[in-house]
Design a protein around this ligand. Structure first.
Ligand code: ATP
Length: 529
């Protein structure tokens, strides 16, 4: 399986910039074996040559004068002139696989007194929790991570990942975050800068079920990326765009992010309404720039969400159909330009495949449609387990039973049940701690009197789930599902002409049978006479 989609660099360029005698500290970027945001790896031989030791802090320089600091470790599987780093580090340096970076020891790095970081707005949407406790402390605790002003990093908790930008460090511009470093994160989330692309940390293990779809995507990507010449030989163009369709909340977005991660590609998401708003507010150039950015950060997955909204708007709030036609044309031109580029893969998504403009579905555009259905029982069990994998759940909570009784629930509906159960446990814990505090006050005790504070709610229990299920609801109706199934069936019928078709030997020999040999069940033999 292709794990990485490398940017195409001519050999000449590589040999010129990698002349080992002249610049031993210039190395070619490789994908990591260890996915840590703060670690890069070199061969032991290269470490010796550069007089580096395991655990040294190093200063890395990439493109556009971008720099970052990491810890270096020896990895004997790393080729001598290569440097392994994950996508977070690559993005901070604005480089990708096969690009060249330089490395030098960073001698003057100090322990941080304080750091100030802020979340990036689109990565924190819908998250209400305490970012410091839930994301930042677990990310930094005991890790002694070096950070530099301007870096972006990804911190993870349960199912969500949040991207943070380092606004300031004291001392500046870089430091090591130690246990006594004070972490500040107060303030509004900040906007993603133009050149920063999303660093999805969602991977295939975060997506429950959908095994067939993962397999299908693998084939599409593998054929298109690894064997384009074979596809061209047979007169076809490699598939560069697929359209996910299906009910809401079943993992279209999640899967698109996981694909980007799985194939070590950057991820850019644009929604149909965003594109329309850009256009109608008079910034066609912005639409071009948005697509342009995708080309710059290739290899990249471009995720075009809510494609149906463009079709809907023909008769809607954006005025006459003519204007919408022009938007569609520009978007299609961009998509055509994009899909001709080898290392940009476009994934469109819609809940309303029936109203998608047919121009989007022409060969060379979204000609490959993939249905993302409601999860079946096994997939529901997977989704429940994935959602709760970082949560302590009591042993007698029967997940299998939960997955059986939730027939017809989407992935998002199931996630909501789990989150509600978690919140009930959290609420109970807080209430119990407050009550216990009051009790201690009444008894004249202090919290430090007792040695080990008792864990008042150690796990999410059955009753938390039972309560959560009272509020559970299916967000997709049977009627909707029937419509998707009918669409899929019609699509298949229009695609698959017939399994019984065979060329007749006679026709091959004589070359005269204009019916194409498909005569088995035909009564109207005289049609062409
Ligand atoms: N297959 C799945 N595995 C794990 N979680 C899932 C799955 N499907 C949905 N979820 C949960 O539901 C949430 C919403 O899923 P997602 O946004 O990918 O759905 P979608 O199909 O893109 O929906 P929409 O069409 O409304 O944009 C996810 O963040 C995740 O928590």
């Amino acid at each position: 399986m292709t794990k990485a989609v490398h940017s195409t660099k001519g050999d000449k360029y590589v040999t010129a910039t990698l002349n080992p005698k002249e610049r031993p500290n210039r190395l070619m970027v490789d994908d990591p074996t260890n996915d840590d945001n703060s670690v890069i790896a070199l061969s032991q031989q290269k470490m010796d040559e550069l007089e580096l030791f395991d655990g040294d802090a190093v200063l890395l320089k990439g493109k556009k004068r971008c720099e970052t600091i990491c810890i270096v470790l020896a990895d004997d599987t790393c080729p001598n002139d290569h440097i392994r780093m994950n996508r977070v580090v690559q993005n901070n340096l604005r480089v990708c696989s096969s690009d060249i970076v330089s490395i030098e020891v960073c001698q003057d790095i100090k322990r941080g007194k304080r750091i100030y970081v802020l979340p990036i707005d689109d990565s924190v949407q819908g998250i209400a929790g305490n970012l410091l406790e839930v994301y930042l402390k677990p990310y930094f605790v005991g890790a002694y991570r070096p950070i530099k002003t301007g870096d972006v990093f990804v911190a993870r908790a349960t199912m969500r990942t949040v991207e943070f930008k380092v606004i300031e460090t004291d001392p500046s511009p870089y430091c090591i975050v130690a246990p006594d470093t004070v972490i500040h994160c107060e303030g509004d989330p900040i906007k993603r800068e133009e050149e920063e692309v999303s660093l999805s940390a969602i991977d295939y293990d975060d997506v429950g079920g959908l095994e067939n779809v993962k397999q299908e995507i693998q084939e599409v990507l593998q054929y298109s990326v690894e064997h384009p010449e074979k596809i061209l030989k047979f007169g076809m163009t490699p598939t560069r765009a697929v359209l996910f369709y299906g009910p809401p909340g079943c993992g279209k977005t999640l899967l698109a992010e996981a694909i980007a991660n799985e194939y070590q590609m950057n991820f850019i998401r644009i929604s149909g309404p965003e594109l329309l708003t850009m256009w109608f507010s008079g910034s066609e150039a912005k639409v071009r720039d948005t697509f342009g950015k995708t080309r710059q950060v290739a290899p990249c997955v471009l995720f075009l969400d809510d494609l149906d909204s463009i079709a809907k708007s023909r008769n809607g709030s954006f005025g006459d159909g003519g204007a919408v036609d022009r938007v569609i044309n520009q978007i299609l031109t961009e998509i055509d330009g994009m899909s001709a580029k080898k290392n940009v893969f476009i994934i469109g998504a819609t809940n309303r495949p029936d109203i998608i403009d047919s121009a989007f579905l022409r060969p060379g555009r979204f000609d490959h449609l993939i249905y993302i259905p409601l999860p079946d029982e096994k997939s529901r069990l997977d989704i429940l387990k994935i959602t709760l994998r970082k949560s302590p759940v009591a042993k007698d909570v029967d997940m299998q039973h939960l997955s059986t009784i939730t027939n017809g629930f989407s992935g998002a509906d199931l996630t909501e049940i789990c989150h509600r159960a978690c919140k009930l446990a959290i609420r109970e814990l807080i209430e119990k701690e407050i009550n216990e505090g009051k009790e201690q006050q009444r008894n004249g005790q202090t919290a430090t009197d007792s040695n080990e504070p008792e864990d008042l709610v150690p796990e999410i229990r059955r009753d938390h789930f039972e309560e959560a299920l009272k509020f559970a609801r299916r967000s997709v109706s049977d009627n909707d599902i029937r419509k998707y199934e009918m669409f899929t069936q019609t699509l298949q019928q229009s695609r698959y002409f017939g399994t019984q078709f065979r060329f007749s030997d006679q026709q091959t020999l004589q070359g005269t049978d204009r019916s194409g040999g498909y005569r088995e069940n035909c009564d109207d033999d005289d049609l062409y006479d």
